[in-house]
Design a protein around this ligand. Sequence first.
Ligand code: HAS
Ligand code: CU
Length: 541
Amino acid sequence: MNDNTERNLALSHMWVAFIAFILACFMGEYQVLERSGFIEALDSPAMYFASVSTHGVLMAYVLTTFFIMGFGYYTASTSLKVPIWNKQLAWGGFWLALLGVILAAIPLLSGLASVLYTFYPPVQADTMFYVGATLLIVGSWVWCGIMIVMFLQWKEANPGETVPLAMFATTMNAMLWLWTSAGVALESLFLLLPWAFGWVDTIDVGLARTLFAWTLHPIVYFWLIPAYTAYYVFVPKHAGSYLFSEEAARAAFIVLVVFSLPIGFHHLYMDPEQASGWKMLHGVGTFVVAIPTFMTGFTVIAALEIAGRLRGGKGLFGWIGSLPWTNTMVLSIILSLLMLIFGGFGGIVNASYAMNAMIHNTAWVPGHFHLIFAGTTVIMYFSIAYYLWPILTKKPIYSNNLALVQLWTWFIGMSIMTTPWHVLGLLGQPRRISSVVYNNLMTLSWEPYELLMIMGGLVLLGSACLFIYLLVKTQFGSTTEVFEGEVEYAETYHPVKDLPDYLNDIKIWNKVIAVLMLVSFGIPILQFFFLDTYDSSAWGY
Ligand code: HAS
Ligand code: CU
């Protein structure tokens, strides 16, 4: 197979992702500095909110979507061993999404879209921001379509055979994204755009938040699934082991996709527009969606234990020491799992209604999601890049040792930055504020933690720069050495026999999702058309 286009597609998408990432890292460091109030010259709420909005959009939407698309194209073609279906269309999707990013970036950087990454009305952005965000979503739908077509074509050409796990996970993620993005697309099309264009004067804030909640929870699993895919399909091979259970892996992806959709109201516990019964239903579902993460932890740690024992590790924990810690994929999953323990613990606190009242809208929440997204998830994006860059560019990685330093510093920096954030949340510090200095005793007690956060941020910034440096040096360095390796997927410990169709197909799960969405969002959305609600006009614009 001539896979030049596949490689270019993967590289182009991932470069957009990582350029967005590094720009956003610089903004992140500026934000902790500005917010702390330690340097008076930096003090500017307008600049702060422009920066934090751009940072959030770049990290949550650009880094993730482009990385997922690039990674997906590559896993699809290499796991199925077929070329990408309709390459022109794939490039079309890339350019459309990129155009969207550029259009959104203009108002973001000029301070005309300082609406944060959640863009909750009645805070209003310039129309171009909503148009840009919509184009990014439409571009990503092209990717979803291509993944689903390739999945179905392969199944038709190979009846009765098991779809490779990497492709199964990627297609489940594409399907998840189509369902997920529908919420924000409806919000954009019927509420935000007409309001931003001035065709209507007011907006129903409750309905907008309900539609955004539809998107806000499953989107985090859309980001997470590539990391879990690497856990299952790359890590065992790198550790010198086998995938512990293919069936458990598939079941985990299915539960993750199906149950992440009908539970978004855990973001609205403290909102007035939904009744408590609906919140409880979504709350119960939130606990269900933690199960596939436990299953994933169990399955991949089992694979690691097998690896450690095969390498001579003895005793209850002796296998941990004998793992190949100098392999970037193995090191990154260990660090990723460690961050998952605390990030996931925070998630369970958030999901518990009464405790949510304690931490909602405080610094705890950015602490939670930086640890579990920027930590657990993004550290796997790094090791996937370290693994794929030599394969994609045909040049060896510039320095494995520096890559290990980069992964360790990311872990250390993230721990130093997010621990104080959790504490600050418990000490009552609000999130989404540009200044934490009120000149009273409470804000004095915040100061040491602010200092730690700045230092954590600095370590992270250094680590991020090192990451980009390593990718650039690998791809554009002067080495004449040629790297010949190909991507390899883990083998299963117990070969799969007679896989039931529901573990090998997406159609049935679409139907299940449709029913669950109808039950969990039907009446909560419909009520807005029957009840007297209070619209709101734009805020401050
Ligand atoms: Fe979350 C808010 C609940 C997971 C991201 N979350 C957010 C926001 C983001 C986000 C971005 O219920 C902010 C949204 C905003 O701006 O308003 N979250 C959860 C729960 C989970 C969870 C229950 N979140 C994630 C993931 C994210 C993410 C994953 C990104 C990738 N989250 C919430 C709630 C809120 C929220 C509320 C709203 C808060 C509010 O009030 O605003 C769960 O899926 C987590 C399950 C995970 C576990 C951990 C299990 C641990 C394992 C590791 C074992 C490792 C070992 C070590 C033993 C329960 C499996 C082995 C070591 C070796 C050496 C081998
Ligand atoms: Cu959520």
